[in-house]
Design a protein. Structure first.
Length: 153
């Protein structure tokens, strides 16, 4: 049996945005346009320049596999994360979120997961979050999704 891959976090940089874009493409059903890529890059530059919303790059064995973010939504503290599809199901999200929760100590803390994203729901539950409500969101392509809202006390 091989040794587990080490998961670590570091502050995200503008250089990470290209990897985040590749992950976004791998996670989508439809192709993206150059305009969508440009909007993605502009959005991420703004996110990374906001010192009040820490973003961490998730590394697994030295490879960028995703990100963790902490921000305010409706004046409530929230965490979010995304990993590229090739890195799903390997325990990276759970390991990274556990590390991030040692840094982000505000409680209660909230998170969201699409209702059909059972893996993400399980990650949140493993890290101590409990479902408290439901909501809807519209993704970048205009599709509406139902989601669960989770809370960590």
């Amino acid at each position: 049996m091989s040794a587990p891959i080490e998961v670590s976090l570091r502050p995200a940089t503008h250089d990470d945005v290209a990897a985040f874009w590749r992950h976004q493409l791998a996670n989508r059903a439809e192709a993206a346009t150059g305009e969508q890529q440009q909007a993605f890059v502009v959005r991420w530059r703004s996110i990374l320049d906001n010192v009040n919303a820490p973003v961490r790059t998730i590394l697994a064995g030295g490879t960028v596999v995703g990100y963790m973010a902490h921000f305010q939504r409706r004046n409530l503290p929230e965490v979010s994360y995304e990993l590229g599809r090739p890195h799903w199901g390997k325990g990276f999200a759970t390991a990274a979120l556990r590390q991030f929760l040692r840094e982000i100590t505000v409680r209660p803390l909230y998170a969201r997961a699409a209702k059909d994203n059972l893996a993400s729901i399980r990650v949140l539950e493993k890290c101590g979050f409990a479902g408290i409500d439901e909501d809807r969101f519209t993704d970048a392509t205009g599709h509406e999704h139902e989601e669960f809202i989770f809370e960590l006390r």
